[in-house]
Write a protein that binds this ligand. Structure first.
Ligand SMILES: O=C(O)Cc1cc(O)ccc1O
Ligand SMILES: [Fe+2]
Length: 435
């Protein structure tokens, strides 16, 4: 599969079957090459300053506007109703979310979306949603687009082949992809498939500023990959369904052609993917535990300086070398919400109980930190240089929003670990007044 590299570049791409399909020197020729329609996809207000101005021009066989009216459809477990259940400030942990067996029922990426928690409002363009997808079947003659915000997709089990208006991307566990607001896509799967989605309304993901780190490091721009133009000229007489998430609800419309009919495109508003293996880890080489913001891959900034709507943070394999230091995460109460997931392996603060495909939520000011086993082991450990988190990948969606958990998250999914609090119950006093 071919990709172009770079983060937010001004890309241009033509399907090689139609050389010269991208108009030269202008966006709107009176007649486009090959008789294509020109269509702009705006990802920012027309008037945004240049650094945040995002749009792409798509040259397509038929424009997106040719479709029957949108009709409300079942939302399944997708919601933007943050008042379904009473607030719950407890530490929450979920066992791995169940994936439907294909022998029981066929579930595709859209039917398999479940909202776990979130806050804010798609209408006022400020907020977040966290979803789990569990599915076993490919989307057939249907695509999805999110009018509410951007999806950062974290596959945990099973690669997903995403066809977009910009081309195709294969995304495996330990890679992530971002499908930005309004981009149509369809997901093919190859077995039982699970992953996490961070949705943000009203901001796009960007690379964090590096400050004193300098010009290089963390996620480097050239490791982001974006698809190349690919089209199909396919009439679907039985009907092609475009599903639109709009103001938190799902709507479907019919058209009689594939929306993946973009022969050429150019612009800086594209889907993209990134392999977490490429993250250049920075860590403490003297003493003390640096805050996890050093592991930020992408951030969706709020309008308050330094405060994110949501950060995507990873805990990658690295060396632990800090002297006279308790090396694992510290005990913590935070003015931000911390939702964590595990792609593979173990998380250093919780060797057991937090499993791949599961999750945890430590809400605003909810105390959390290493379990008893982790504390006891690491206060006694000889502080040799050691590999930390080899073969593992945990991540965190950290948000300034105070998130509500949905009815699905607290009840329907039936994966809540009621005993989570017990991992700290065995912490004992070590206080010695005669020290
Ligand atoms: O709660 C967690 O496990 C995430 C986390 C990790 C870390 O190294 C420091 C602070 C923090 O919140
Ligand atoms: Fe934390």
């Amino acid at each position: 599969m071919a990709y172009m590299s770079g983060f937010g570049n001004e890309f241009s791409s033509e399907d090689p079957r139609c050389p010269g399909s991208l108009p030269e020197g202008q966006n709107n020729p009176q007649v486009c090459p090959y008789g294509l329609y020109a269509e702009q996809l705006s990802g920012s207000a027309f008037t945004c300053p240049r650094p945040t101005n995002k749009r792409s021009w798509l040259y397509r066989i038929l424009p997106s506007v040719k479709h029957k009216p949108f009709i409300a459809m079942s939302c399944g477990d997708v919601t933007e109703n943050w008042n379904e259940v009473e607030p719950d400030p407890n530490q929450l942990r979920w066992l791995p979310f169940n994936i439907p067996r294909p022998t029981e029922k066929r579930v595709d990426f859209v039917t398999g979306l479940h909202t776990v928690c979130g806050a804010g409002d798609a209408k006022s363009r400020n907020g977040i949603g966290i979803h789990i997808y569990t599915c076993n079947s490919s989307m057939v003659d249907r695509c999805f687009n999110n009018s509410d915000g951007d999806f950062l997709i974290v596959p945990q089990q099973g690669e997903i082949l995403i066809t977009t208006e910009f081309g195709k991307m294969m995304v495996e566990p330990n890679e992530i992809c971002v499908i930005q607001q309004g981009m149509r896509f369809s997901v093919e799967v190859f077995g039982e498939t699970r992953g996490y989605i961070l949705e943000v309304y009203g901001a796009h993901f960007e690379l964090p500023d590096l400050g004193p780190i300098g010009a290089n490091g963390l996620a480097n721009p050239r490791d982001f990959l974006c698809p190349v133009a690919w089209y199909e000229d396919r009439t679907v007489s039985t009907g092609y369904t475009v599903i639109n998430k709009y103001q938190g609800k799902l709507f479907a419309c019919q058209q009689d052609f594939s929306p993946f009919n973009v022969v050429a495109w150019h612009g800086n508003y594209t889907p993209y993917k990134y392999s977490l293996d490429n993250f250049m880890v920075i860590n403490c080489v003297a003493f003390d535990h640096a805050d996890p913001s050093i592991f930020t891959v992408l951030t969706a900034k709020s309008t308050k300086p330094g405060v994110a709507i949501a950060d995507f943070v990873i805990f990658p394999p690295r060396w632990g070398v800090a002297d006279h230091t308790f090396r694992p995460p510290y005990y913590h109460r935070n003015c931000m919400s911390e939702f964590m997931g595990l792609i593979k392996g173990h998380y250093e603060a919780k060797e057991e109980g937090f499993q791949p495909g599961g999750a945890s939520l430590h809400s605003i000011m909810t105390p959390h930190g290493p379990d008893t086993g982790c504390f006891e082991k690491n206060t006694a450990a000889a502080l040799q240089p050691e590999r930390v988190a080899d073969g593992t990948m945990a991540f965190m969606f950290e948000s300034s929003f105070s998130m509500a958990v949905t009815k699905w998250g607290l009840q329907t999914c039936q994966r809540l670990d009621k005993n989570y609090y017990q991992c700290w119950e065995t912490l004992r006093k070590h206080f010695n007044p005669k020290w």
